[in-house]
Design a protein around this ligand. Structure first.
Ligand SMILES: [Cu+2]
Length: 184
């Protein structure tokens, strides 16, 4: 009976190492399968216990190419990797290798996605704002043509159209004023 209990205990030790002094990966930033929408330049792995210096991870893009990690820092149970540049939009896999305080090597992987707003969209918003400002300065007559321009996204060809619109509006205003004065 004792033998059975002992071997059961041994099996338990073998298959559930996490329950003992052995360290395991607890929380990561970004988390597994997280979608990050901001610039990210550090990846943090928090373990259940202390890990040894020399713990590291590799970072792979969806094409399998490795993104260099410029430096690693081990602080108690925290492994931090710093990147030279913010990550581009892609899905990344972190393959980590750490040494638990009890000397056991640990490894595993997790992945996350970077999905930031693209710069081009910011530029479009900026150029769209300009004709709108001109609209508010004038009367509402000019609203329709310039909103059409914005929808077409033709930034370069929109400028002469807007100028023509301004001239037209001014001409209409002048002739309306002249007509109104004559009637008086
Ligand atoms: Cu262990």
């Amino acid at each position: 009976m004792k033998k059975i209990i002992l071997s059961a205990f041994a099996l338990f030790l073998l298959f559930s190492p996490q329950a003992f002094a052995h360290t395991y990966l607890d929380v990561t930033t970004p988390a597994n399968e997280e979608v990050v929408t901001t610039d990210i330049q550090t990846i943090e792995l928090n373990y259940s216990g202390q890990i040894e210096e020399g713990s590291f991870f590799t970072l792979e893009g969806s094409d399998g190419n490795e993104i260099p990690v410029s430096s690693f820092a081990v602080n108690g149970g925290k492994l931090t990797g710093h990147l030279d540049e913010p990550l581009n939009n892609d899905t990344y896999t972190v393959k980590w290798n750490s040494i638990s305080q009890d000397g056991h090597p640990l490894s595993g992987d997790f992945s996350f996605t970077v999905d930031k707003a693209v710069d081009e969209q910011i530029d479009e918003v900026k150029t769209e704002e300009q004709p709108n400002i001109q609209n508010t300065e004038q009367e509402s007559e000019n609203m329709t043509p310039s909103t059409e321009v914005v929808e077409k996204d033709e930034q370069n060809s929109s400028t002469p159209l807007i100028i023509a619109g301004i001239i037209l509006t001014v001409l209409i205003a002048i002739s309306a004023f002249v007509l109104w004065k004559r009637k008086k």
